[in-house]
Design a protein around this ligand. Structure first.
Ligand SMILES: NC(=O)c1ccc[n+]([C@@H]2O[C@H](COP(=O)([O-])OP(=O)(O)OC[C@H]3O[C@@H](n4cnc5c(N)ncnc54)[C@H](OP(=O)(O)O)[C@@H]3O)[C@@H](O)[C@H]2O)c1
Length: 163
């Protein structure tokens, strides 16, 4: 099963200059909790932004190039390799973690969505989430986040399954 997981601002912004446009520890915690012990698949630029593999997860990096990757990180050269991986382990959740082009390409084949919505408009962004047709998705869980000193913007977590 394939799940997309991302965080977006109120305008669908997801990235700025190779990084997240915000610091929101509650979202990082959710991301870690959901993806730990699973496969995570990401575009090469998202991996470049992390600078190191995400621990306790099998890291897969999509790229057409000949990459030199850290030990344990695996490359996918084509999405067909992701479909094959998914077919090999149909009962396991594979998390696709961005960025924008990867989300757009995988969305039609995704089974679940894990969205963090940040109710704030950030400046200076350069990467946006592609349009999601929520008519195709059933909200299975909604949680409003707690604003506090470390999480300074209102936010919510929404999980969806395909209708
Ligand atoms: N808010 C969030 O939840 C979230 C999540 C993820 C990322 N982000 C942000 O988004 C930005 C990066 O996203 P991005 O959209 O610019 O780049 P990206 O999707 O991370 O990486 C794009 C690269 O991935 C490779 N790629 C993509 N599709 C491929 C395919 N079908 N087959 C083979 N290779 C493929 C290509 O690499 P090559 O050029 O090497 O061939 C492409 O240039 C950063 O700012 C990051 O922080 C935000």
């Amino acid at each position: 099963m394939i799940a997309l997981i991302w965080a977006e601002d109120q305008n669908g912004l997801i990235g700025a200059n190779g990084q997240l446009p915000w610091h929101l520890p509650a979202d990082m915690h959710r991301f870690k909790t959901l993806t730990t012990n699973h496969d995570v698949v990401m575009g090469r630029k998202t991996f470049d932004g992390f600078k190191r593999p995400l621990p306790h997860r099998t890291n897969w990096v999509l790229s057409h190039r000949d990459l030199t990757l850290p030990v344990g990180v695996k490359q996918l050269r084509h999405l067909d390799e992701l479909w094959a991986l998914n077919a090999e382990r149909p009962n396991e959740l594979i998390f696709v973690i961005g960025g924008a082009g990867v989300f757009e390409a995988v969305l039609p084949s995704a089974d679940r969505l894990y969205r963090t919505k940040i109710k704030h408009a950030f400046d200076g962004g350069d990467t946006w989430m592609p349009t999601v047709d929520y008519e195709q998705w059933q909200l299975s869980r909604h949680v409003d986040g707690m604003v506090d000193a470390k999480n300074r913007y209102p936010f919510s977590f929404d999980d969806f399954t395909r209708r």
